[in-house]
Write a new protein. Structure first.
Length: 115
């Protein structure tokens, strides 16, 4: 599975960005992870083909993950962005029974939130 991510950029605190990730074929779990400077890569949000979602506590109420199953594309709408959201964001996709670490990864897209 190939993943093509886009949508990162520079935004002021309180602003919004939308990330997109297109997969080359249908796959059950898709999601977004992020890695800040000198930090580990952490889950941001995931979604299943059926629409079940999961969010990191730090982004609940601010970020929304959605998926277009027909286009095999997952989106991450990020609102009320904070400087601590600054990170490289990675798209991830995996079938059932496979951990995210052993799944497929897209190229990272940098999100920078200025204060």
């Amino acid at each position: 599975v190939q993943l093509q991510a886009s949508g990162g950029g520079l935004v002021q605190a309180g602003g919004s960005l939308r990330l997109s990730c297109a997969a080359s074929r249908s796959i059950f779990f898709m999601g977004w992870y992020r890695q800040g400077p000198e930090k580990q890569r952490d889950m941001v949000a995931t979604i299943t083909s059926g629409g079940s979602t999961s969010y990191a506590d730090s982004v609940k109420g601010r970020f929304t993950i959605s998926k277009d199953n027909a286009e095999n594309t997952v989106y991450l709408q990020m609102n009320s962005l904070k400087p601590e959201d600054t990170a490289v964001y990675y798209c991830n996709a995996r079938p059932v029974g496979v951990s995210s670490a052993r799944g497929y990864w897209g190229q990272g897209t940098l999100v920078t939130v200025s204060s």
